[in-house]
Design a protein around this ligand. Sequence first.
Ligand code: 5AD
Ligand code: SF4
Length: 500
Amino acid sequence: MLEGLDLTPAPAGAPGLQIDAAAASRIHRKADPSYYIETYGCQMNEHDSEVMAGILEKMGYRRVPELEAADLILFNTCAIREHAVERTLGRMAALKRLKYVKPEVIIGVGGCLPQQEGAVERIKKRAPHLDVVFGTHNLYRLPQLLESAQTSEYPVIEVWDAEGEVIENLPAVRPEGVKAWVTIAYGCDKKCTYCVVPYTRGKERSRRPGEIVEEVRGLAAQGYKEVTLLGQNVNSYGKDFAPAAYDFGDLLLDLDRIQDLERVRFMTSHPRDFTRKMVDAIAQSRVVCEQFHLPVQSGSNRTLKRMLRGYTREKYLDLVNYVHDRVPNAVITTDIIVGFPGETEEEFQDTLSLLREVEFDSAYTFSFSVREGTPAARMKGHLPEEVKKDRLNRLMEVQNEISRRRMMAAVGSTLEVLVEGPSDKNPDVLSGRDRGGRLVLFEGPASAGAASGGPGVLTGQLVPVRITEARTWTLYGVRRENELGRRQLAEAAPAEEVSA
Ligand code: 5AD
Ligand code: SF4
């Protein structure tokens, strides 16, 4: 560990947030008020909603599953693509009637959308019945904002441009289970020309390693088996420390020593900042999973340059090859944008050829969406929607075929699966993920427990599953012990009993 860098967490009882447990009843002038949060976008937003829920529950709110029943309704929004924005605005606009018949309900909108240029005006126009608008930097001010909303005739709007210090010791309500999210850094210092994130989430701020290790240790002690480390660019973690000599690889190795923790995943990576040292740390660690989400965005060097991604196709391929060399069975996935302004058919073909060359396990594919205020919005050569759509379809066709092939390659192998519980559709089938992050469904002895309403005795355990079938997104298998058990039973039993 590094000298001169304070790795220790803030002392217990450090300032954090002072929350009044009677605040919710005071705001709503009733006992036991309830809240409902609707979340859009990435895992970072999902985790922010867990923090919002933590703050609200400390204020005395109780969560309800239906929007109509809540005294407080919050939207945690995403601004990454126009499609997401339109969906949220439509949803908020539709609450006009609810607000009319139940004027005492408080409706709020937070997250990335209000941070975007011009968005507050857009929100006010489409949903004038909203009571509170806040951004990503002042989430922890929720108690004060809700108090003001209660007394104010007009919507309370507080969106901060500047991000300020990292606030530690915020409460979070995580779903019970085996997996938890942990933020390691906020914001992003890259300036990819299509992306709104640096504007909505501000500059990069890493949490102190000691705070992160302590949080993960606490989660492991509570019974969580897997944590996913979150950041817009996890690979640049620690660059804002002075002196900056503790990096993402060091953090992974520190987390590797935590007892009772089984798995660590991370997202999202930036290929430019993913060093060989970090790949080596992953190769060497016990808990860090062989899952690499490496957004490439394009296979064309000219497009990558105009996207300001900071690497070439060749450099990206070097990284992928190094991952394959050092981490056997690595599952590699990516993000692709088609139809970036000025993208020619030939450049698009370069992306298709990259997909074929790398053979990604899967890819999240997007059609370029103009984000006001970003450099790409001002570029020449915006493509017609039909062209973008056509490229997206062709891209998905190529990738789906590759994904299917990659999944088929797992058939016959035995994978370590962390069981998350009964599957959504069939309580007799258990659902979990392998180390590569792939969804695995299998039948197991715990299914009886699950069917009777419990989580099933295997939930939270690592079990070997032999894969017997694969589809594009899901692997199917049998629990290895079951299979062995059946065979041994068959061998031991008289012939007529076995055939019966
Ligand atoms: N248009 C389309 N896709 C985008 N992404 C980010 N910004 C845009 C945009 N303006 C995609 C990138 C990123 C993922 C989270 O969303 O592929 O990796
Ligand atoms: Fe956006 Fe690029 Fe930062 Fe990712 S690395 S959040 S794409 S600016």
